[in-house]
Write a protein that binds this ligand. Sequence first.
Ligand SMILES: [Zn+2]
Length: 501
Amino acid sequence: MDSIAVIEKILNIDGKKNAIVDFTQKAGGIMVFTVARKYQHCPCPHCGKNTSKRQDLRTYRQKTNLKHINLSDTRIIELSLLKRYFRCERCRRQFFEKFEFESEHGFHTKAFEAYVIASWGYLSGNEIARLSKTSPRKVYEILQSIDHAKINETGIEILSSLDEIYLWVDEHSFSGHDMILVITELKTKKLIAVLDGITNEKLESWINSLPIKVQLKIKGYATDMNKCYRNTLDAILSHPIHSVDKFHLFQEANRMVDDTRMLNSWLVKMNFVKADEIVSSGKIPKKLSKENIKEMNDASLWWNSEKSQAMRKYKEKSEQRLQGDQVNPKDLENSKGESIPYREITLDYFLETGYRKLFLTREKNLSGIQRLRLGQIFREFDYRGYLAESWTIKEDFMDAIDARDMKEVDRIIADCGTSEHHRLKQFARTLTNWYSGIRWYCEHSSEDFKFTNALTEGINNSCKVAKRQSHGFRSKDNYLRKIFVKCILKNAKKNLFPSII
Ligand SMILES: [Zn+2]
């Protein structure tokens, strides 16, 4: 292989059609290759007829060099084109010849366009301009040519190639209340569509734009706990499965524990240790007599009463859970292996810090010292046992969802429904509302395939990162283009840009 052929290979120029006739080096590491066409004839751009008739016999050097390849910011390859002036025999119009690697406007080559678009995924437009020593305007002109409607087109192609379709629908914000709806397929883990609005009409028209064949293949869909999408999709699709995301269920359980914890701290702070009315309704009674408060604060009276029977169960259960590893307060060690003394928390310190993290961490992830602290909180600062109750229910619920055990979920809903605490009752209502979704989740996910929105959240996140990198987008079209480059182009580069290998 001779050296010219190698250079042609590197430059991605077809040696049969074109010849490299000259090479110069400019300041700033810019290398300029002069290229001329080999053929004597040229097709007319106006009528398409091949012609070899020249208007004059001179060759003209194109005034501006074409940006071609950007090896690094100090090694840039440009092409200088030698062009002949033709005159068409059929339509009599005059024209300069055109190379096959030139872009439409002739300011740069197709390879450079592909480079700009591909690197926009991780660089800003201005940065690309700086690296390739060109003007930002030209870069943005190239970026404007991206057609973001292709997201939905490629999405339909992906869907048509599948046998079963499981969709996921989720939204995120473009700016303020201007939202964007992201639809992904769960099994192939691919972005299917991006809609520039979250109204039901948009979703409906998108579903209706799918071919009937594809619509019939939709076996299930999953959403976070948003009723609107569920209703829309239920109305359009025939017998789809609706599933609720596991992590949103977990979030809901954590919220329940957190609210209970805050209410408990508040009650302890105000000395309303036994405020039945407050706990059961979540509202503060207007008038409290001194006797009321005195009675409320007497915790021992309550624990001896019949009402406490149910709460006793939870207290014992939480103790059992926390004793799992039998942590001894004297054996505590820090990461360096030095022993550390365990100090009991005082009530004031508990009220000041709240120990929120302890309640929101799952039991299996708690460290020894955290177990001791939680045990102490349940023993000493949880006068009515509501903390132990909600915490035990949260742990039971998470275990049940992990094991996909629907019977256990039924039991938890029943237990929550009969609880005295208004927040637990609310939790039971939430679970009942989404009961069918939870059941579908348990029945239709397996170890390999889970109805989870981790992927969609990932795509959402990478969109948001793009948004943050550029300090927000002014135009929604540009934002959709960026999503297109970031999420679709990575997988489909070869199809869209056959010119680069
Ligand atoms: Zn012509």
